[in-house]
Design a protein around this ligand. Structure first.
Ligand code: NAD
Length: 290
């Protein structure tokens, strides 16, 4: 089966959106990257260009392939591009009402597109209920950074049709990702386990079990995790992880309760790599122990 995706719109050009747009463009899809914040949009485009240039340096792409991929990405702050898209992927903040409003708005101008959410934890079934064609709504959960991480977690909402699922599985192959298909239960297969580990690591830091760097090292060297839970929280964004933990606490129980230290750092604007400080200080894109 073909995915039939020629044109896509990625909404939200933050930590995830730019990378998702890059992945699609490399696979031959014409992508419009959209964001309400013009500066973020510019930074997102620059990030895509620099990542494609690095791929050429590492001989993962030829210069011609990188150039062609750059040519397939455009940016927009307007909504005119929704009408002709075959696929829209939203990567806006983890807020149900915001995502629902977007799906309603897009449905009003384009009933045919697959509407996908990059949500880490929210109910795709609830999101689908806000669209005109709920059978075309699905979760396409990419991982950070999208050009590098091989997993695509596909979340099938109650309403998602088999045709939509099959097209997304075909797309996964085309964009060179390994898909898993999961039921739409809060936290899916990934965030549910990842958040438990992340919240517990923060509680351990609060209790003085070890330093942030040593807690991470414990999981990296002892359990062969490629990155410890605190560094990963910095990479994801402390605000993003807090929203997910709050949602999972409501949906699944107190084991996900975010620790006070996480709230405090978010209040202080220490959101991790994107603001230069979280559990680590970030210098030239690299974590430095505090
Ligand atoms: N950060 C991660 O590692 C990660 C990993 C997997 C999934 N996710 C999920 O991806 C989604 C986005 O997360 P993120 O970390 O990229 O967030 P982010 O805060 O870095 O970026 C979100 C972007 O959306 C933009 N935005 C807000 N409202 C908008 C609107 N109405 N229209 C267009 N743009 C709008 C913001 O300006 C911002 O640039 C969330 O659902 C999150 O749970 C995040």
């Amino acid at each position: 089966m073909s995915d039939n995706v020629e044109r896509a719109v990625v909404i939200g050009a933050g930590t995830m959106g730019a990378g998702i747009a890059e992945v699609l463009a490399k696979a031959g899809v014409s992508v419009t990257l959209a964001d309400v914040n013009g500066q973020v949009l510019e930074r997102g485009l620059a990030k895509i260009h620099s990542s494609l240039d690095k791929a050429v340096e590492r001989q993962k792409l030829t210069a011609e392939q990188a150039q062609a991929a750059k040519g397939r990405v455009s940016t927009s702050s307007g909504e005119e591009r929704y009408a002709s898209a075959d696929l829209v992927i939203e990567a806006v903040p983890e807020l149900m009402d915001l995502k629902k409003q977007l799906f309603q708005k897009i449905s009003a101008v384009n009933e045919g597109a697959i509407l996908a959410s990059n949500t880490s934890s929210l109910s795709v079934t609830e999101l689908a209920a806000s669209a005109r064609r709920p059978e075309r709504v699905i979760g396409l959960h990419f991982f950070n950074p999208p050009p590098i991480m091989p997993l695509l977690e596909i979340v099938r909402a109650e309403q998602t049709s088999l045709a939509t699922l099959d097209r997304c599985l075909a797309l996964a192959t085309r964009i060179d990702k390994s898909p898993i298909v999961v039921r739409d239960i809060a936290g899916f297969a990934t965030s549910r386990l990842g958040i438990i580990l992340g919240m517990e690591a923060i509680r351990m830091l609060e209790q003085g079990v070890a330093s942030a760097a040593d807690i991470d090292r414990a999981m990296e060297l002892g359990y062969k995790h490629p990155m410890g839970p605190l560094k990963l929280t910095d990479l994801v964004g402390l605000d993003v992880r807090l929203s997910i933990a709050e949602h999972l606490t409501r949906e699944l129980g107190p084991q996900f309760t975010p620790p006070p230290l996480l709230r405090q750092l978010v209040r202080a604007g220490k959101l991790g790599q994107k603001t230069g400080e979280g559990f680590y200080r970030w210098v030239d894109g690299k974590p430095v122990a505090k």
